[in-house]
Design a protein around this ligand. Structure first.
Ligand code: ATP
Ligand code: MG
Length: 509
């Protein structure tokens, strides 16, 4: 067998508006190998993948697929050369069947007719070979996100891809679905002798899937190693850079985290009447929810998908109808009607899906962050620009955002957009904050910082926070108390300090 890598990238450079985003990036992927590409938000991962997929062009550098030098001027060029990208926004056609999607553009014909049967049969064979439980005759519309993603990977494979690029494929998935995806991708790589680049912020996943690791920091490769030759701590150090040593120092000397734990053990104003009281609430998705949140308290909501956690947030934010039960906010009866009404009651909501979160892609980051709070910076119709800039910058500084805050927000990397939304919420000075998966897509370095900010925000401003997270470790770290949702019912509240990750998982079943 030849030893030519399926993909070889040499000296790639890319700048936007004269700001370098990729600098002399080189990497190789062998046939059958999974290479994890990791790095902080804005490190350049998605940009590199877009270049490899022909969706963007490099300023300079060399690209070889299976030993042949290539230049791509469109995604189609890349596909024809055997490079297939699977993005978060999946590109399957919902009204076509699974089989039709897999063979789109290369349909089998029987005379002048589409040979649906033979396409369905080959789809069935390949899906079965990879243990994917999806009916090839089902319309894609009826599939879960996880199933769609697997179908896209299979479609890439059936187009004879030599290289498959996956940009944060697990962010929208639950843990069992992540395991399935990892197994399938590994299997495809080794059986099909395909090379895979897998982008993720979760080292656990990287360790489960990768043969080799490339770490990008500020657009440069700072580590290229086989997985077996490094440990997670080393990799984290390469991702975070100099800040890592500071973080570790703080950890060992206890300055930051001990502060956090002090807050943990004594939520402020504990005796006060609750900020939020929910009693016997029912809606289309909720059967019986009762809970309360005090000022200065972070309450975590845990549960499986479909347990009602996100539905509960939508209800509080006026996006779903309350059928039964009572809700009090700051001692007053509250009947959610609309998001506007919720905002008037001091409720802010950061949803799980950034693309539905109503930021304006063409406006700058500063403008987007300030927009909902703009009245605070106005006198007689005049906006105090310097005050706005200062307030926004002060709010964002601890989040370690990368990217130009004066440019259109759509140019920020995925994780930095998430940080922007978080900053926007903080600036609104809400009373009650609803956070749905607040660190989804956030890099390792900023994650701890967001946890700390959530706790600090609650304790210093006396705000109540409700947070949903599927990561047990995160929920235990950030919450004072945790409530488990199951089939639309809520449990009693548990002190986070009394729980372990295993406890939590068992409670949700
Ligand atoms: N069209 C663009 N115009 C200007 N700058 C851009 C554009 N696209 C990306 N950038 C900048 O390039 C840098 C790298 O972004 P990229 O999306 O590649 O990061 P990433 O490593 O994928 O981050 P994340 O982990 O947050 O997804 C960022 O600073 C981003 O703001
Ligand atoms: Mg990205």
């Amino acid at each position: 067998m030849s030893e030519v890598p399926v993909l070889e990238v040499g000296g790639i450079n890319k700048a936007y508006n004269h700001v370098p985003v990729l600098q002399d990036v080189s990497l190789k992927v062998e046939a059958g190998q999974v290479r994890s590409l990791i790095g902080h938000n804005g490190a350049g991962k998605s940009t590199l993948l877009r270049i490899l997929a022909g969706a963007e062009s490099a300023d300079s550098g060399l690209l070889k697929v299976a030993g042949t030098v290539r230049t791509f001027s469109s995604p189609r060029d890349a596909q024809n050369a055997g490079v297939a990208a699977v993005y978060q926004e999946l590109r399957l056609l919902p009204e076509l069947t699974v089989a039709e999607n897999i063979y789109l553009g290369q349909e089998t014909h029987n005379g002048i007719f589409l040979d649906r049967r033979s396409m369905a049969q080959s789809a069935q064979r390949i899906l079965e070979a990879h243990h994917i439980l999806v009916d090839p005759n089902q319309k894609v519309r009826y599939l879960s996100h996880a199933q769609r993603q697997l179908v896209e990977v299979i479609a890439a494979l059936e187009r004879n891809a030599k290289v498959i690029l996956l940009d944060e494929p697990t962010t929208a998935l639950q843990s069992e679905q992540i395991d399935d995806l990892i197994t399938t991708v590994k299997n495809i790589a080794s059986v099909g002798q395909v090379g895979v680049i897998f982008v993720s912020h979760k080292l656990e996943e990287v360790w489960a899937i990768a043969d080799a690791i490339t770490v990008l920091r500020d657009g440069s490769v700072v580590l290229d190693a086989s997985k077996d030759s490094v440990d997670r701590q080393t990799v984290t150090r390469f991702i975070v850079g100099d800040a890592y040593d500071q973080q570790q120092q703080d950890l060992t000397s206890g300055t930051r985290l001990s502060g956090v734990h002090n807050i943990h053990s004594s939520p402020s104003n504990n005796s006060e009447e609750p900020l939020l009281t929910v009693h016997g609430v029912e809606s289309a998705a909720l059967r019986n929810i009762s809970l309360d949140v005090k000022r200065g308290e972070v309450v975590g909501l845990y549960g499986l998908v479909g347990s009602g956690r996100s539905d509960f947030f939508k209800l509080l934010y006026g996006l779903e109808t309350l059928l039964k039960g009572t809700i009090y906010v700051q001692g007053q009866l509250y009947r959610p009607r609309s998001p506007r009404d919720a905002m008037h009651h001091g409720i802010a909501y950061v949803t799980e899906e950034r693309k539905y979160d109503g930021f304006i892609p063409m406006l700058s980051t500063i403008q987007n962050v300030a927009l909902p709070s703009i009245s605070r910076f106005q006198t007689a119709g005049w906006v105090h620009r310097t005050k706005v800039d200062r307030a926004v910058n002060d709010t964002m500084r601890p989040l370690n955002m990368r990217g130009d805050v004066n440019r259109a927000v759509k140019t920020l990397s995925g994780g930095n957009q998430q940080k922007m939304l978080f900053a926007r919420t903080l600036l609104q000075e809400p009373q009650l904050v609803l956070l749905d998966e607040p660190t989804k897509g956030i890099d390792i370095g900023a994650k701890a910082e967001i946890h700390r900010l959530v706790r600090k925000f609650a304790s210093e401003k006396g705000v109540g926070v409700l947070v949903i997270s599927s990561e047990e470790e995160e929920l235990l770290e950030v919450s004072d108390r945790i409530i488990v949702f199951r089939d639309g019912f809520s449990s009693d509240a548990f002190e986070a300090s009394d729980l372990t990750e295993t406890n939590l998982r068992n409670l949700a079943l």
